[in-house]
Write a protein that binds this ligand. Sequence first.
Ligand code: AMP
Length: 279
Amino acid sequence: MKTVKLVADTKAIISKYKAEGKSVGFVPTMGALHAGHLSLTEQSVKDNDITIVSIFVNPTQFNNPNDLKSYPRCIDEDLDKLSKFSPDIIFIPEVEEMYPEPDTRIFNFGNLDQIMEGKNRPGHFNGVAQVVSKLFDIINPDNAYFGQKDFQQVAVIKQMVKDLKLSVNIVPCPIIREKDGLAMSSRNTLLNDEQRKNASKISETLFKARNLVPKLNVIQLKDWVVKEINKNPYLSVEYFEIVDDTHLNQIKNWDEDNIKIGCITVQVGNIRLIDNVTF
Ligand code: AMP
């Protein structure tokens, strides 16, 4: 496992692998790694000859400066955790290395970017597209691994790959959860003990909601989920939407012929946690 900081070095190493005909898998992360990130790494190591993991807290995807400042950073622990899965390269660039000039590109994702995380974090997905497209350009992966926990992000990245006519294959991976059901997130480390204990109510409610289909219609179910979570004094629902898995259009009836995903964001103190469940 080799740590590389410079874009030019990373490109040189990868073009050597590519010239040898090796397949390259890529796992982009912002660090503070947990079993969710490691599951993507494990999958990539299984599927590809070479695996590259990037650790980069991308400033352009944070619309809230305090969120960027408080984002957990622990490179030494991250490298230690990764070493157990034997990826080949860990790419850890500085901000100036990724953005020698400000990135002024504006992406248009239509509806994909106008609801849920896109609506509540203006500019977030534009920043994600900026950094992921730069990383794809540097790494030129055959396969790139993304967690379904960030379900809307997967839809946006797939769209970006289509729009830019990139040849990378996007591989969505299942949500990894804590024992009590809470979706793993780097942000969970920012919760205090009481907040952490109560945060499990989010996934618990989503799983219960599944059993209420089709007894409750879509509007009733959305209402039930929001009320149920908001009953808990530690939790405040920012949004809960049920959308189709490709265009992210709102579901109106359970009998629509599509895959239905219930996506939620909950504020726990000033920490935002996201989760989703398939109906
Ligand atoms: P992040 O470091 O939060 O940007 O996440 C890096 C990648 O790990 C993204 O593709 C996330 O969707 C994925 N990821 C984060 N949490 C989980 C989880 N609990 N289960 C599976 N994948 C995850």
